[in-house]
Design a protein around this ligand. Structure first.
Ligand SMILES: *[C@@H]1O[C@H](CO)[C@@H](O)[C@H](O)[C@H]1NC(C)=O
Ligand SMILES: *[C@@H]1O[C@H](CO)[C@@H](O)[C@H](O)[C@H]1NC(C)=O
Ligand SMILES: *[C@@H]1O[C@H](CO)[C@@H](O)[C@H](O)[C@H]1NC(C)=O
Ligand SMILES: *[C@@H]1O[C@H](CO)[C@@H](O)[C@H](O)[C@H]1NC(C)=O
Ligand SMILES: *[C@@H]1O[C@H](CO)[C@@H](O)[C@H](O)[C@H]1NC(C)=O
Ligand SMILES: *[C@@H]1O[C@H](CO)[C@@H](O)[C@H](O)[C@H]1NC(C)=O
Length: 393
């Protein structure tokens, strides 16, 4: 096929798939009520809390020593400390969802990737909490490929991870591109709508383009999937029943930071940027930040990858946040505590006194020190007030 023919063929294919996707969604809407969302805001406090765990770098458990801890900590420190931190963080925060943002295992040092994955996610399963995973650049370096890692993960208990969207399955790059809907409070007016949308993307590992070195990036096929998914979700939210005027806020999770993470300095972010290499993005800009801006619903992006950066800064309305290094076998900084990010969304109360749409999204971090210290609380986003302002006279 000539490249021009290929271009036409590809365009038709994309349009065909779009129609297929739209009609499948429309069919769901007209013939049967949407399936209840797996995730929901809680009726007790109108909240939904996410624990982000970045870069566990899990390998062989007790046999895998820690990196970059103080000399006196080294003899008793292994992957088991990563599991202990995860258990403590779960107990302290009682999240509604745990999101693992890649480099979950450091597969080079693992003798069996499946076993490492089982051990790494075990605390989430023990806690009987739903959990979601995206891939980093190290997960596939052992006995399983990227596809193999994702296939193993989706077979585990309690995970909401998916390999790729069902309709466009074979067309989209990477493994582990999917979205999750978080429903309003059961029984409330928005109980059957997704009031917050979570997007998970595979940011790849390394460039596969010969002339470009460095890390991978989010490909056009994935961006297109994101775009149509966001559009559908926004349309559903603004349609009957209970049509809303504004889009439901979205959060995006992937491993490798976008080049736009380099737009900040300490005057306009919360947290630290102390990675010797700065921001380890791909060396080309995939345009995904622009795609997010264009879609309009995503209010914050959460990545990992740079273990010594843990900041959150806002660029043109979108927060770009790091999780901060979590795992003890991951490189870190001796004496600088391993950490996790927490994201808390809270609903507003409607005039009728029931839980409504998302009012605010906040974040903070938990340090793996003696007291699991909470630091860097930030308001990421809040809904524009719909109350009429009294007229000034
Ligand atoms: C790792 O876990 C061991 C065993 O519980 C504990 O003694 C040690 O202090 C922990 N090390 C770190 C760095 O947390
Ligand atoms: C998954 O959970 C089910 C039900 O609790 C249990 O029977 C099964 O053994 C679990 N599987 C694994 C691999 O842990
Ligand atoms: C949701 O609310 C309905 C009644 O409004 C109730 O029958 C159902 O059990 C509730 N579901 C859950 C998961 O709480
Ligand atoms: C939500 O869906 C359930 C089950 O389909 C239905 O009984 C209920 O009336 C719906 N609630 C609202 C507010 O639309
Ligand atoms: C949407 O805007 C219209 C017009 O301002 C208003 O009447 C309606 O109550 C709003 N709906 C919601 C859900 O806020
Ligand atoms: C942050 O502040 C620096 C100046 O200190 C400025 O160059 C940069 O554009 C600012 N970034 C954002 C996103 O506002």
């Amino acid at each position: 096929m000539s490249s021009l023919h290929f271009h036409y063929y590809y365009s038709f294919l994309v349009i065909f798939l779009f129609l297929l996707y739209s009609s499948a969604s429309a069919a769901r809407g007209t013939h049967s009520p949407p399936p209840p969302p797996h995730l929901r805001f809680k009726p007790t406090n109108g909240q939904f809390k996410i624990l982000q765990v970045a870069d566990m770098h899990y390998a062989d458990g007790a046999a895998t020593k820690c990196r970059d801890v103080l000399p006196q900590q080294f003899p008793t420190c292994s992957d088991l400390n990563t599991s202990a931190f995860l258990r403590r963080a779960i107990l302290a925060e009682q999240p509604d969802l745990i999101v693992f943002t890649g480099d979950n295992i450091y597969a080079t040092d693992s003798s069996d990737s499946g076993r490492s994955l089982n051990a790494a996610f075990a605390p989430a399963i023990e806690a009987k909490l739903p959990w979601a995973v995206v891939l980093g650049n190290h997960d596939q370096e052992g006995t399983l490929s990227r596809e193999g890692v994702m296939r193993h993960v989706v077979g585990m208990n309690g995970t909401l991870s998916e390999i790729n969207p069902t309709v466009m399955g074979s067309e989209i790059d990477g493994f582990g591109n999917y979205n999750l809907e978080v429903g309003g409070v059961n029984g409330s007016g928005l109980g059957n709508k997704s009031v917050m949308n979570l997007y998970f993307l595979d940011s790849g590992d390394y460039s596969t383009v010969a002339s470009v070195s460095g890390y991978g990036w989010i490909k056009p096929s994935q961006q297109y999937w994101f775009q149509i998914t966001s559009r559908q979700l926004q349309k559903a939210y603004k349609s009957k029943p209970q049509p809303q005027n504004e889009s439901a806020p979205g959060l995006a999770f992937f491993h490798i930071p976008l080049p736009e993470y380099a737009s900040f300095d300490s005057s306009n972010f919360t947290g630290v940027k102390q990675e010797p290499g700065g921001i380890s993005s791909a060396s080309v800009n995939s345009g995904f930040f622009t795609t997010l801006l264009d879609a309009g619903d995503v209010k914050a992006v959460f990545t990992g990858h740079d273990h010594l950066n843990d900041f959150c800064g806002k660029l043109t309305g979108i927060n770009l946040c790091y999780g901060g290094g979590f795992g003890y076998h991951a490189y870190g900084k001796a004496g600088w505590a391993r950490r996790a990010r927490v994201v808390l969304a809270t609903l507003e109360k409607t005039k009728k006194g029931e839980w409504g749409a998302v009012k605010s999204i906040r974040t903070w971090k938990r340090l793996d020190d003696e007291h699991l210290t909470t630091i860097d609380q930030q308001l990421l986003w809040s809904k524009k007030s719909t109350k009429k302002q009294p007229l000034m006279t």
